[in-house]
Design a protein around this ligand. Structure first.
Ligand code: ACO
Length: 428
Protein backbone atom coordinates (compact mmCIF):
# COMPACT_ATOMS: atom_id res chain seq x y z
CA UNK A 1 0.00 0.00 0.00
CA UNK A 2 3.09 2.27 -0.39
CA UNK A 3 2.10 5.84 -1.29
CA UNK A 4 -1.56 5.03 -1.03
CA UNK A 5 -3.78 6.34 1.72
CA UNK A 6 -5.29 3.63 3.87
CA UNK A 7 -7.58 3.26 6.86
CA UNK A 8 -6.67 0.45 9.23
CA UNK A 9 -9.46 -1.51 10.83
CA UNK A 10 -8.58 -3.66 13.83
CA UNK A 11 -11.07 -6.20 15.17
CA UNK A 12 -11.42 -7.00 18.87
CA UNK A 13 -9.59 -10.32 18.26
CA UNK A 14 -6.50 -8.44 17.09
CA UNK A 15 -6.87 -9.15 13.37
CA UNK A 16 -6.53 -6.05 11.22
CA UNK A 17 -6.83 -4.99 7.61
CA UNK A 18 -5.71 -1.97 5.62
CA UNK A 19 -8.52 -0.50 3.56
CA UNK A 20 -7.71 1.86 0.66
CA UNK A 21 -9.06 5.41 0.87
CA UNK A 22 -10.46 6.62 -2.46
CA UNK A 23 -10.92 10.25 -3.50
CA UNK A 24 -13.48 11.58 -5.95
CA UNK A 25 -13.02 14.70 -8.13
CA UNK A 26 -14.99 16.58 -5.46
CA UNK A 27 -16.73 15.44 -2.30
CA UNK A 28 -15.75 13.35 0.70
CA UNK A 29 -13.28 10.47 0.54
CA UNK A 30 -14.63 6.92 0.71
CA UNK A 31 -13.09 3.84 2.30
CA UNK A 32 -13.03 0.84 -0.02
CA UNK A 33 -14.22 -2.02 2.18
CA UNK A 34 -14.80 -4.66 -0.44
CA UNK A 35 -11.83 -6.77 0.74
CA UNK A 36 -13.22 -6.83 4.27
CA UNK A 37 -15.19 -10.02 3.66
CA UNK A 38 -11.81 -11.83 3.55
CA UNK A 39 -11.81 -11.45 7.35
CA UNK A 40 -15.26 -13.08 7.43
CA UNK A 41 -17.00 -9.90 8.61
CA UNK A 42 -19.27 -7.42 6.88
CA UNK A 43 -20.22 -3.81 7.54
CA UNK A 44 -23.69 -2.96 8.79
CA UNK A 45 -25.21 0.20 7.30
CA UNK A 46 -29.00 0.01 7.09
CA UNK A 47 -30.52 2.56 4.70
CA UNK A 48 -27.02 3.27 3.31
CA UNK A 49 -26.27 6.27 5.53
CA UNK A 50 -22.50 5.81 5.10
CA UNK A 51 -22.17 3.60 2.04
CA UNK A 52 -21.35 4.53 -1.57
CA UNK A 53 -22.79 1.76 -3.72
CA UNK A 54 -20.95 2.66 -6.93
CA UNK A 55 -18.69 5.18 -8.62
CA UNK A 56 -20.44 7.61 -10.95
CA UNK A 57 -19.55 10.57 -13.17
CA UNK A 58 -23.09 11.88 -13.62
CA UNK A 59 -24.37 13.91 -10.66
CA UNK A 60 -22.74 15.52 -7.63
CA UNK A 61 -24.60 16.63 -4.51
CA UNK A 62 -23.26 18.41 -1.44
CA UNK A 63 -26.23 18.32 0.89
CA UNK A 64 -24.65 20.51 3.58
CA UNK A 65 -23.83 23.27 1.11
CA UNK A 66 -27.04 22.72 -0.91
CA UNK A 67 -25.17 22.04 -4.19
CA UNK A 68 -26.37 19.95 -7.12
CA UNK A 69 -24.32 19.55 -10.32
CA UNK A 70 -25.17 17.55 -13.44
CA UNK A 71 -21.88 16.55 -15.13
CA UNK A 72 -20.27 19.47 -13.27
CA UNK A 73 -22.83 22.12 -14.25
CA UNK A 74 -24.71 23.76 -11.32
CA UNK A 75 -28.43 23.00 -11.45
CA UNK A 76 -29.43 26.67 -11.09
CA UNK A 77 -27.44 27.53 -14.26
CA UNK A 78 -29.03 24.67 -16.19
CA UNK A 79 -32.51 25.65 -14.96
CA UNK A 80 -31.89 29.23 -16.13
CA UNK A 81 -30.08 28.77 -19.45
CA UNK A 82 -30.74 25.26 -20.71
CA UNK A 83 -33.74 23.24 -21.81
CA UNK A 84 -34.82 19.76 -20.84
CA UNK A 85 -33.65 17.89 -23.96
CA UNK A 86 -30.23 19.52 -23.76
CA UNK A 87 -30.00 18.41 -20.11
CA UNK A 88 -31.01 14.89 -21.22
CA UNK A 89 -28.19 14.85 -23.77
CA UNK A 90 -25.77 16.10 -21.12
CA UNK A 91 -26.75 13.45 -18.57
CA UNK A 92 -26.66 10.65 -21.12
CA UNK A 93 -23.47 11.63 -22.98
CA UNK A 94 -21.41 13.58 -20.44
CA UNK A 95 -21.09 16.82 -22.45
CA UNK A 96 -23.42 19.55 -23.65
CA UNK A 97 -24.36 19.10 -27.32
CA UNK A 98 -23.35 21.58 -30.03
CA UNK A 99 -26.18 22.95 -32.20
CA UNK A 100 -26.02 20.08 -34.74
CA UNK A 101 -25.86 17.38 -32.04
CA UNK A 102 -28.78 18.99 -30.25
CA UNK A 103 -30.92 19.09 -33.39
CA UNK A 104 -30.04 15.48 -34.23
CA UNK A 105 -30.83 14.30 -30.69
CA UNK A 106 -34.17 16.18 -30.71
CA UNK A 107 -35.09 14.61 -34.07
CA UNK A 108 -34.18 11.13 -32.85
CA UNK A 109 -36.29 11.52 -29.69
CA UNK A 110 -39.19 12.93 -31.74
CA UNK A 111 -39.08 9.90 -34.06
CA UNK A 112 -39.88 7.63 -31.10
CA UNK A 113 -42.71 9.54 -29.41
CA UNK A 114 -45.55 7.26 -30.56
CA UNK A 115 -46.17 3.95 -28.83
CA UNK A 116 -47.15 0.70 -30.55
CA UNK A 117 -50.84 1.16 -31.31
CA UNK A 118 -51.70 -2.07 -29.52
CA UNK A 119 -50.49 -0.50 -26.30
CA UNK A 120 -53.66 1.61 -26.26
CA UNK A 121 -55.62 -1.62 -25.72
CA UNK A 122 -53.47 -2.34 -22.69
CA UNK A 123 -55.01 0.62 -20.89
CA UNK A 124 -58.55 -0.73 -21.09
CA UNK A 125 -57.47 -3.60 -18.83
CA UNK A 126 -57.09 -1.12 -15.97
CA UNK A 127 -59.93 0.27 -13.89
CA UNK A 128 -60.62 3.91 -14.78
CA UNK A 129 -60.03 4.88 -11.15
CA UNK A 130 -56.60 3.20 -11.00
CA UNK A 131 -53.85 5.49 -9.74
CA UNK A 132 -51.83 6.69 -12.78
CA UNK A 133 -48.62 5.50 -11.07
CA UNK A 134 -50.05 1.96 -10.97
CA UNK A 135 -50.70 2.27 -14.70
CA UNK A 136 -47.17 3.63 -15.27
CA UNK A 137 -45.51 0.72 -13.45
CA UNK A 138 -47.47 -1.74 -15.60
CA UNK A 139 -47.33 -0.06 -19.00
CA UNK A 140 -43.68 1.10 -18.89
CA UNK A 141 -42.69 -2.44 -17.84
CA UNK A 142 -44.78 -3.73 -20.76
CA UNK A 143 -42.64 -1.75 -23.25
CA UNK A 144 -40.20 -4.68 -23.08
CA UNK A 145 -42.92 -6.87 -24.59
CA UNK A 146 -43.28 -4.47 -27.54
CA UNK A 147 -39.70 -3.38 -28.25
CA UNK A 148 -37.70 -6.57 -27.83
CA UNK A 149 -35.65 -5.90 -30.96
CA UNK A 150 -33.22 -3.73 -28.94
CA UNK A 151 -32.77 -5.63 -25.70
CA UNK A 152 -29.17 -6.83 -26.07
CA UNK A 153 -27.82 -4.75 -23.21
CA UNK A 154 -24.20 -5.55 -24.12
CA UNK A 155 -24.70 -3.76 -27.46
CA UNK A 156 -24.20 0.06 -27.15
CA UNK A 157 -26.50 0.70 -30.17
CA UNK A 158 -29.29 -1.30 -28.54
CA UNK A 159 -28.78 0.62 -25.32
CA UNK A 160 -29.00 3.92 -27.24
CA UNK A 161 -32.24 2.94 -28.99
CA UNK A 162 -33.78 1.77 -25.71
CA UNK A 163 -32.71 5.05 -24.05
CA UNK A 164 -34.32 7.10 -26.84
CA UNK A 165 -37.47 5.00 -26.76
CA UNK A 166 -37.84 5.40 -23.00
CA UNK A 167 -37.17 9.13 -23.10
CA UNK A 168 -39.67 9.60 -25.94
CA UNK A 169 -42.41 7.18 -24.89
CA UNK A 170 -42.66 7.68 -21.12
CA UNK A 171 -44.36 11.13 -21.57
CA UNK A 172 -46.77 9.61 -24.10
CA UNK A 173 -47.68 6.81 -21.67
CA UNK A 174 -47.99 9.32 -18.81
CA UNK A 175 -50.42 11.47 -20.83
CA UNK A 176 -52.36 8.35 -21.87
CA UNK A 177 -52.66 7.34 -18.20
CA UNK A 178 -54.18 10.76 -17.48
CA UNK A 179 -56.56 10.65 -20.46
CA UNK A 180 -57.68 7.12 -19.59
CA UNK A 181 -58.33 8.11 -15.97
CA UNK A 182 -60.41 11.13 -17.00
CA UNK A 183 -62.21 9.42 -19.89
CA UNK A 184 -60.91 11.71 -22.63
CA UNK A 185 -59.56 10.32 -25.92
CA UNK A 186 -55.83 9.69 -26.21
CA UNK A 187 -53.96 12.39 -28.14
CA UNK A 188 -51.21 11.22 -30.50
CA UNK A 189 -47.94 13.15 -30.07
CA UNK A 190 -47.30 16.12 -32.38
CA UNK A 191 -43.65 16.42 -33.25
CA UNK A 192 -43.88 20.06 -34.37
CA UNK A 193 -43.88 20.83 -30.64
CA UNK A 194 -40.87 20.78 -28.32
CA UNK A 195 -40.57 17.85 -25.89
CA UNK A 196 -42.33 19.73 -23.06
CA UNK A 197 -44.92 21.41 -25.31
CA UNK A 198 -45.73 18.02 -26.77
CA UNK A 199 -46.27 16.54 -23.32
CA UNK A 200 -48.60 19.42 -22.39
CA UNK A 201 -50.42 18.96 -25.70
CA UNK A 202 -50.98 15.25 -25.06
CA UNK A 203 -52.14 16.03 -21.50
CA UNK A 204 -54.45 18.97 -22.18
CA UNK A 205 -55.52 19.02 -25.84
CA UNK A 206 -58.70 17.37 -27.09
CA UNK A 207 -59.60 16.55 -30.70
CA UNK A 208 -62.36 19.18 -30.42
CA UNK A 209 -60.17 22.19 -29.65
CA UNK A 210 -56.95 23.77 -30.89
CA UNK A 211 -54.18 23.82 -28.31
CA UNK A 212 -51.71 26.70 -28.04
CA UNK A 213 -48.99 26.15 -25.42
CA UNK A 214 -48.41 29.06 -23.02
CA UNK A 215 -44.61 29.75 -23.00
CA UNK A 216 -44.52 30.71 -19.29
CA UNK A 217 -46.24 27.46 -18.31
CA UNK A 218 -44.09 25.40 -20.71
CA UNK A 219 -40.98 26.96 -19.18
CA UNK A 220 -42.25 26.09 -15.67
CA UNK A 221 -42.75 22.43 -16.57
CA UNK A 222 -39.40 22.45 -18.39
CA UNK A 223 -37.80 23.58 -15.13
CA UNK A 224 -39.62 20.93 -13.12
CA UNK A 225 -38.26 18.28 -15.49
CA UNK A 226 -34.71 19.74 -15.37
CA UNK A 227 -34.74 19.91 -11.56
CA UNK A 228 -35.95 16.32 -11.25
CA UNK A 229 -33.80 14.83 -14.04
CA UNK A 230 -31.23 13.16 -11.78
CA UNK A 231 -30.24 13.04 -8.13
CA UNK A 232 -27.41 10.49 -7.93
CA UNK A 233 -28.03 7.31 -5.91
CA UNK A 234 -31.51 8.00 -4.46
CA UNK A 235 -33.97 5.17 -3.70
CA UNK A 236 -35.45 4.86 -7.21
CA UNK A 237 -32.11 5.19 -9.02
CA UNK A 238 -30.52 2.61 -6.73
CA UNK A 239 -33.50 0.36 -7.47
CA UNK A 240 -32.93 0.79 -11.22
CA UNK A 241 -29.22 0.00 -10.79
CA UNK A 242 -29.89 -3.05 -8.62
CA UNK A 243 -32.53 -4.42 -10.98
CA UNK A 244 -30.24 -3.69 -13.94
CA UNK A 245 -27.23 -5.35 -12.28
CA UNK A 246 -28.85 -8.74 -12.88
CA UNK A 247 -28.99 -8.03 -16.63
CA UNK A 248 -32.73 -7.23 -16.66
CA UNK A 249 -33.84 -5.19 -19.68
CA UNK A 250 -33.98 -1.37 -19.39
CA UNK A 251 -37.78 -1.13 -19.69
CA UNK A 252 -38.23 -3.51 -16.73
CA UNK A 253 -35.54 -1.62 -14.78
CA UNK A 254 -37.19 1.77 -15.33
CA UNK A 255 -40.54 0.25 -14.26
CA UNK A 256 -38.84 -0.83 -11.01
CA UNK A 257 -37.61 2.75 -10.57
CA UNK A 258 -41.15 4.06 -11.06
CA UNK A 259 -42.36 1.66 -8.35
CA UNK A 260 -39.70 2.88 -5.92
CA UNK A 261 -40.45 6.51 -6.76
CA UNK A 262 -44.12 6.10 -5.90
CA UNK A 263 -43.65 6.03 -2.10
CA UNK A 264 -44.50 9.18 -0.09
CA UNK A 265 -40.97 9.37 1.38
CA UNK A 266 -39.62 9.79 -2.19
CA UNK A 267 -41.47 10.93 -5.33
CA UNK A 268 -44.89 10.68 -3.73
CA UNK A 269 -43.97 13.68 -1.56
CA UNK A 270 -45.25 16.35 -4.01
CA UNK A 271 -48.70 14.73 -4.00
CA UNK A 272 -48.54 14.25 -0.22
CA UNK A 273 -47.43 17.89 0.26
CA UNK A 274 -50.38 19.26 -1.70
CA UNK A 275 -52.81 16.94 0.08
CA UNK A 276 -51.39 18.22 3.36
CA UNK A 277 -52.00 21.85 2.31
CA UNK A 278 -55.59 20.95 1.33
CA UNK A 279 -56.03 19.24 4.70
CA UNK A 280 -54.76 22.26 6.65
CA UNK A 281 -57.17 24.28 4.54
CA UNK A 282 -56.67 27.73 6.03
CA UNK A 283 -53.82 29.95 7.23
CA UNK A 284 -55.46 30.11 10.68
CA UNK A 285 -54.83 26.37 11.18
CA UNK A 286 -51.11 26.40 10.35
CA UNK A 287 -49.89 26.89 13.94
CA UNK A 288 -51.95 23.94 15.24
CA UNK A 289 -50.77 21.77 12.37
CA UNK A 290 -47.11 22.59 13.08
CA UNK A 291 -47.70 21.71 16.74
CA UNK A 292 -49.02 18.30 15.61
CA UNK A 293 -45.80 17.82 13.60
CA UNK A 294 -43.72 18.66 16.68
CA UNK A 295 -45.80 16.22 18.73
CA UNK A 296 -44.82 13.65 16.07
CA UNK A 297 -48.41 12.93 15.09
CA UNK A 298 -47.44 13.37 11.42
CA UNK A 299 -44.62 14.75 9.27
CA UNK A 300 -44.54 17.99 7.38
CA UNK A 301 -44.63 16.70 3.81
CA UNK A 302 -42.28 18.47 1.40
CA UNK A 303 -39.87 19.18 4.26
CA UNK A 304 -36.59 17.43 5.03
CA UNK A 305 -34.25 15.42 2.88
CA UNK A 306 -31.86 12.55 3.50
CA UNK A 307 -28.99 14.42 1.87
CA UNK A 308 -29.82 18.15 1.94
CA UNK A 309 -29.32 19.54 5.41
CA UNK A 310 -29.48 23.08 4.05
CA UNK A 311 -31.88 24.77 1.62
CA UNK A 312 -32.23 22.47 -1.42
CA UNK A 313 -31.07 24.55 -4.46
CA UNK A 314 -33.85 22.97 -6.48
CA UNK A 315 -36.34 24.29 -3.93
CA UNK A 316 -35.04 27.86 -4.39
CA UNK A 317 -35.46 27.61 -8.20
CA UNK A 318 -38.92 26.08 -7.82
CA UNK A 319 -39.97 28.76 -5.35
CA UNK A 320 -39.08 31.41 -7.98
CA UNK A 321 -40.95 29.46 -10.70
CA UNK A 322 -43.92 29.24 -8.37
CA UNK A 323 -44.11 33.04 -8.19
CA UNK A 324 -43.74 33.38 -11.99
CA UNK A 325 -46.52 30.89 -12.75
CA UNK A 326 -48.97 32.25 -10.19
CA UNK A 327 -48.30 35.77 -11.48
CA UNK A 328 -48.87 34.69 -15.11
CA UNK A 329 -52.13 32.99 -14.20
CA UNK A 330 -53.35 35.81 -11.95
CA UNK A 331 -53.24 33.50 -8.94
CA UNK A 332 -50.87 35.49 -6.72
CA UNK A 333 -53.52 35.42 -3.98
CA UNK A 334 -54.06 31.68 -4.35
CA UNK A 335 -55.30 30.25 -1.02
CA UNK A 336 -52.97 27.25 -0.94
CA UNK A 337 -49.96 29.30 -2.01
CA UNK A 338 -50.53 31.79 0.80
CA UNK A 339 -50.94 28.91 3.20
CA UNK A 340 -47.71 27.32 1.95
CA UNK A 341 -45.82 30.62 2.45
CA UNK A 342 -47.14 30.88 6.02
CA UNK A 343 -46.18 27.27 6.75
CA UNK A 344 -42.71 27.84 5.30
CA UNK A 345 -42.22 30.97 7.47
CA UNK A 346 -43.30 29.29 10.69
CA UNK A 347 -41.33 26.11 10.07
CA UNK A 348 -38.14 27.95 9.07
CA UNK A 349 -38.13 29.97 12.27
CA UNK A 350 -39.10 27.15 14.66
CA UNK A 351 -36.26 25.53 16.69
CA UNK A 352 -37.75 22.02 16.05
CA UNK A 353 -37.06 22.37 12.32
CA UNK A 354 -33.84 24.41 12.69
CA UNK A 355 -32.25 21.86 15.06
CA UNK A 356 -33.13 18.97 12.73
CA UNK A 357 -32.02 20.92 9.64
CA UNK A 358 -35.42 20.50 8.02
CA UNK A 359 -35.91 22.81 5.03
CA UNK A 360 -38.57 22.82 2.32
CA UNK A 361 -37.56 20.44 -0.45
CA UNK A 362 -38.31 20.84 -4.18
CA UNK A 363 -41.61 19.00 -3.80
CA UNK A 364 -43.00 21.54 -1.38
CA UNK A 365 -43.23 24.08 -4.23
CA UNK A 366 -43.53 21.83 -7.28
CA UNK A 367 -46.97 20.65 -6.11
CA UNK A 368 -48.25 24.25 -6.09
CA UNK A 369 -46.83 24.88 -9.58
CA UNK A 370 -48.25 21.64 -10.98
CA UNK A 371 -51.67 22.40 -9.53
CA UNK A 372 -51.56 25.88 -11.12
CA UNK A 373 -50.64 24.27 -14.46
CA UNK A 374 -53.87 22.26 -14.25
CA UNK A 375 -52.18 18.94 -13.54
CA UNK A 376 -54.31 16.83 -11.19
CA UNK A 377 -52.77 15.74 -7.88
CA UNK A 378 -52.70 12.05 -8.79
CA UNK A 379 -50.41 12.92 -11.75
CA UNK A 380 -47.77 14.72 -9.66
CA UNK A 381 -45.55 11.70 -9.07
CA UNK A 382 -46.03 10.71 -12.71
CA UNK A 383 -44.58 14.10 -13.72
CA UNK A 384 -41.61 13.39 -11.45
CA UNK A 385 -41.20 10.00 -13.18
CA UNK A 386 -41.26 11.64 -16.63
CA UNK A 387 -38.47 14.03 -15.57
CA UNK A 388 -36.43 11.35 -13.76
CA UNK A 389 -36.55 8.82 -16.60
CA UNK A 390 -33.41 10.32 -18.20
CA UNK A 391 -31.53 10.10 -14.89
CA UNK A 392 -32.49 6.45 -14.46
CA UNK A 393 -31.45 5.63 -18.05
CA UNK A 394 -28.14 7.49 -17.74
CA UNK A 395 -27.28 5.76 -14.46
CA UNK A 396 -28.33 2.35 -15.84
CA UNK A 397 -26.25 2.94 -19.00
CA UNK A 398 -23.21 4.02 -16.99
CA UNK A 399 -23.46 0.85 -14.91
CA UNK A 400 -23.90 -1.52 -17.86
CA UNK A 401 -21.08 0.14 -19.85
CA UNK A 402 -18.70 -0.56 -16.92
CA UNK A 403 -16.85 -3.76 -17.87
CA UNK A 404 -16.26 -4.67 -14.21
CA UNK A 405 -19.98 -4.49 -13.38
CA UNK A 406 -21.32 -7.31 -11.18
CA UNK A 407 -24.74 -8.23 -9.84
CA UNK A 408 -25.61 -6.14 -6.74
CA UNK A 409 -25.98 -8.31 -3.66
CA UNK A 410 -26.06 -6.70 -0.17
CA UNK A 411 -25.32 -8.85 2.87
CA UNK A 412 -27.27 -8.92 6.15
CA UNK A 413 -26.93 -9.30 9.88
CA UNK A 414 -29.08 -12.36 10.61
CA UNK A 415 -31.13 -12.06 13.81
CA UNK A 416 -33.55 -14.97 13.25
CA UNK A 417 -33.80 -18.37 14.92
CA UNK A 418 -30.71 -20.61 15.14
CA UNK A 419 -30.82 -24.03 13.49
CA UNK A 420 -33.62 -26.14 14.96
CA UNK A 421 -35.28 -29.41 14.01
CA UNK A 422 -38.69 -29.65 12.47
CA UNK A 423 -41.13 -31.08 15.06
CA UNK A 424 -42.29 -34.30 13.38
CA UNK A 425 -45.70 -35.16 14.83
CA UNK A 426 -47.00 -38.71 15.09
CA UNK A 427 -50.11 -39.22 12.93
CA UNK A 428 -53.23 -39.48 15.07
N1 ACO B 1 -41.51 16.66 9.30
C1 ACO B 1 -41.28 16.59 10.61
N2 ACO B 1 -40.20 16.01 11.17
C2 ACO B 1 -39.32 15.44 10.32
C3 ACO B 1 -39.49 15.47 8.94
C4 ACO B 1 -40.63 16.12 8.43
N3 ACO B 1 -40.86 16.18 7.11
N4 ACO B 1 -38.46 14.83 8.35
C5 ACO B 1 -37.66 14.42 9.33
N5 ACO B 1 -38.19 14.79 10.53
C6 ACO B 1 -37.58 14.60 11.86
C7 ACO B 1 -37.74 13.16 12.33
O1 ACO B 1 -38.92 12.98 13.05
C8 ACO B 1 -36.50 12.98 13.15
O2 ACO B 1 -36.71 13.62 14.40
P1 ACO B 1 -36.11 12.99 15.77
O3 ACO B 1 -34.61 13.15 15.63
O4 ACO B 1 -36.72 13.79 16.85
O5 ACO B 1 -36.54 11.55 15.79
C9 ACO B 1 -35.44 13.80 12.41
O6 ACO B 1 -36.18 14.81 11.71
C10 ACO B 1 -34.63 12.99 11.39
O7 ACO B 1 -35.56 12.29 10.55
P2 ACO B 1 -35.19 11.01 9.69
O8 ACO B 1 -36.44 10.32 9.31
O9 ACO B 1 -34.15 10.22 10.42
O10 ACO B 1 -34.50 11.67 8.44
P3 ACO B 1 -34.21 10.97 7.06
O11 ACO B 1 -33.04 11.67 6.50
O12 ACO B 1 -34.19 9.51 7.18
O13 ACO B 1 -35.55 11.34 6.24
C11 ACO B 1 -37.06 12.10 4.61
C12 ACO B 1 -35.59 12.03 5.06
C13 ACO B 1 -37.61 10.68 4.41
C14 ACO B 1 -37.12 12.84 3.27
C15 ACO B 1 -37.88 12.85 5.70
O14 ACO B 1 -37.36 14.14 5.91
C16 ACO B 1 -39.38 12.90 5.36
O15 ACO B 1 -40.11 11.96 5.65
N6 ACO B 1 -39.84 14.04 4.73
C17 ACO B 1 -41.21 14.17 4.31
C18 ACO B 1 -41.39 13.49 2.98
C19 ACO B 1 -40.76 14.25 1.85
O16 ACO B 1 -40.94 15.45 1.69
N7 ACO B 1 -40.02 13.51 1.00
C20 ACO B 1 -39.40 14.08 -0.18
C21 ACO B 1 -37.96 13.83 -0.23
S1 ACO B 1 -37.30 14.75 -1.56
C22 ACO B 1 -37.51 13.81 -2.93
O17 ACO B 1 -37.71 12.62 -2.92
C23 ACO B 1 -37.41 14.58 -4.18
Amino acid sequence: MDGKRVATLTLDDGRSIELPIMSGTIGPDVIDIHELSKLGVFTYDPAFFSTASCTSEITYIDGDAGLLYYRGYPIEQLAKHSDFLEVCYLLLNGELPDAAQKAEFGAKVASHTMVHDQMARFFTGFRRDAHPMAVMVGVVGALSAFYHDSLDITNPQHREISALRLLAKVPTIAAMAHKYHTGFPFMYPKNKFSYVENFMYMMFATPAEDYVPNPVLVRALERIFILHADHEQNASTSTVRLAGSSGANPFACIASGIAALWGPAHGGANEAALKMLEEIGDVSRVKDYVQGVKDKKYRLMGFGHRVYKNMDTRASVMRETCHEVLQELGLANDRLFKLAMELEQIALSDPYFIERKLYPNVDFYSGIVLRALGIPTNMFTVIFAVGRTIGWISQWNEMIADKGQKIGRPRQLYLGAKRRDYPVREPR
